[in-house]
Write a protein of this length. Structure first.
Length: 304
């Protein structure tokens, strides 16, 4: 993915979604990852973790405190402002109190090679796979396999959204949005909702053992209905911050659908007003389905 062709995300959007991302990521994958990283043949004195397309650094703030031992995070992005923000706000302490250090690299993440990943303990990314092409995913899998390092790739969209209460236009908007996610952008055919399946295949073909786990956003007040899994809402679910996230997501979701299908515009305007009004009234719940993927080199994998 070139530094000019890649989608650009504002710091405000990335900060707005951080708590929802943190609540959605799949901790179920971490035990297998920890065992892999802790095996004596592979255990380095310091873990070297590369965060691809790091944005404001939310993946590191979530993951670094969940891994033991000293860590050095290398943050990759093509936006120097985001790199500065990510470095300044990075976690500095591991789960066991060990030191976490950070450096940054600006450039084209699609050009990473096995040689470039030499000495890397883990490659990670968040909300990245779906804006890559099949060739780029194949290249990433090959580079990780060649370097013998695992990959934890979180929060890729899978093309399913649930809104409660339902609206007759939901399905049509969702279909247009998914088509937009799969669009051809400056000669790059994006994977969109097909990214997790493509990445699973690519890593498996490189000999990796792959696990995929659901990591849905659950947005809306209360979060106690069966559709939301019951239980106590996560921190901030009923807050104004989450309402702002839901509203901003709605605008982007509907806007992308209309960009793909301009004929939807007149109906979509009224639809968006209805949905935003329901959101402001605390009457709208949304599940945006994502998946997290963990790929461990097969010859070293120990997955239960």
């Amino acid at each position: 993915m070139s530094t000019t062709d890649a989608p650009r995300y504002t710091p405000e959007w990335l900060e707005l979604r951080e708590s929802a991302d943190a609540a959605a990521r799949a901790p179920q994958l971490l035990d297998s990852l920890r065992r892999h990283l802790a095996d004596p043949p592979r255990r380095a004195r310091e873990l070297v973790i590369r965060d691809l397309g790091c944005g404001t650094g939310s993946m590191g703030r979530w993951l670094a405190p969940r891994l033991n031992g000293p860590q050095h995070w290398i943050l990759h992005d093509r936006d120097p402002d985001l790199l500065d923000r990510a470095r300044a706000a990075a976690s500095r302490t591991a789960a066991d109190g060990s030191r976490v250090t950070v450096s940054t690299e600006r450039g084209d993440i699609a050009r990473l090679t096995a040689d470039g990943l030499a000495g890397t303990s883990l490659v990670t990314a968040s909300a990245l796979l779906d804006v890559l092409t099949r060739d780029e995913v194949d290249g990433l899998a090959a580079a990780c396999a060649g370097a013998g390092c695992p990959a934890l790739l979180a929060l890729s969209v899978v093309g399913r959204v649930e809104l409660t209460p339902a609206d007759p236009l939901d399905t049509e908007i969702a279909g247009a949005f998914n088509a937009h996610q799969r669009r051809s952008d400056r000669g790059r055919r994006l994977l969109g909702p097909d990214a997790v399946a493509a990445a699973s295949e690519a890593f498996a073909q490189q000999g990796a053992t792959v696990r995929v786990h659901a990591s849905p956003w659950r947005l809306g007040p209360g979060g106690t209905s069966p559709a939301f899994g019951g239980g106590t809402p996560t921190q901030g679910e009923a807050s104004g911050g989450e309402s702002a996230l839901t509203a901003e997501w709605l605008r982007g979701w509907v806007g992308a659908a209309c960009e793909q299908r301009p004929d939807l515009a007149s109906r979509a305007d009224a639809y968006l007003r209805r949905r935003l009004a329901a959101c402001a009234a605390g009457e709208l719940r949304v599940v945006v389905h994502h998946s997290d993927l963990l790929a461990l080199p097969r010859q070293q994998a120990r997955i239960s």
